[in-house]
Design a protein around this ligand. Structure first.
Ligand code: PMP
Length: 295
């Protein structure tokens, strides 16, 4: 699904066939989850293939390797150039891009010397699909921000997301909602959340969540469109009084919620701010909004 005979990846300065690539069995990323990755999308736009917010994504990758004390030399510009070249070699416009920085061989629990950079890409539809999601609150909470850097996309952090997803999918739901250690609503396993109440949007502030690049884009779009939006903590009880809600993320883009646990969101999705923002987001990633604004 992710690669075939012809797929090319970037591996430590070279473009190689995905099927020929291999990594050490003694790497620290494999054993302890000390690696840093990104999830980026490119789109075929009227002006050619465009990577959406490449700078922001690669800055987040660099933040991750810095806080995890991993050696890493590439600049944001180099990473962006490599990624455009990789897309070209795979002949992709609409693609999901997955850079990952792996640490070296070290069975101790302190960062290994050196690192490997792999960048992969594949064609991937909206991660959670297009239909409204039936969401269940997980019994797993987001980690205490004093136990790790919650804003760094560290591979090991995703055990928390996997636990939550496994739990709710087994119970027959589409996606998991995680609370934070103070019992406020935090986020989905791989996306941020917004709720709409009496025409106003609310999203949890930074602190216990991934600082989503899609989340920031949505907040910017709200400001431009005059949609009121507040970064503010809210509880599960408050979410269960909302008119509507949606998730945001690079892989998921913007996707509406049908229900949370037993509660059905009463506002019709097509009438919600979320639906409007879903369409605006699509225009934004295709570079069509700049055109509308300048024409
Ligand atoms: N929360 C979590 C836990 C995530 O893994 C992601 C995906 N990076 C997001 C939110 C959304 O972030 P972004 O919009 O930058 O993709």
């Amino acid at each position: 699904m992710y690669y075939n005979e012809e797929s090319v990846i970037f591996y430590n300065g070279e473009f190689v066939k995905a099927k020929e690539a291999s990594t050490s069995a003694y790497g620290q990323t494999l054993h302890y989850g000390n690696g840093v990755f990104e999830g980026i999308r490119s789109y075929g736009t009227p002006e050619g293939t465009k990577i959406f917010k490449s700078k922001e994504h690669y800055e987040r990758l660099k933040f991750g390797v810095e806080v995890m004390d991993i050696d890493f030399e590439y600049t944001v510009n180099e990473l962006t150039e490599i990624t455009y070249e990789l897309l070209k070699r795979n002949n992709f416009s609409d693609a999901y891009i997955r850079p990952i920085v792996l640490t070296g061989e070290n069975m101790g629990v302190f960062s290994a010397k050196g690192s490997d950079l792999i960048i992969q890409c594949w064609e991937w539809g909206k991660l959670m699909g297009d239909k409204l999601l039936r969401v269940k609150t997980s019994r797993f909470q987001r980690p205490n921000p004093k136990s790790c850097f919650v804003e760094a996309k560290v591979t090991g952090h995703y055990i928390n997301s996997i636990l939550a997803s496994n739990e709710v999918k087994k119970a027959g739901f589409d996606e998991a909602l995680l609370l934070d250690m103070n019992n406020n609503v935090a986020e989905c396993s791989g996306a941020n959340i917004f709720m709409e109440r009496t025409g106003v949007l609310y999203t949890p502030p930074r602190g216990h969540i991934m600082a989503g690049i899609t989340r920031s884009t949505i907040i910017e779009l709200c400001k431009e469109e005059g949609i009121p939006v507040h970064e503010k903590h809210f509880t599960l009880d408050e979410l269960k009084q909302a008119d509507s809600a949606f998730f945001t993320g690079t892989a998921a883009e913007v996707v509406g919620l049908q229900s949370i646990d037993e509660y059905e969101f009463p506002l019709e999705w097509e009438q919600s701010h979320g639906h409007k923002l879903m369409k605006l987001y699509k225009q934004e990633v295709l570079g069509l909004r700049e055109k509308c604004l300048t024409n």
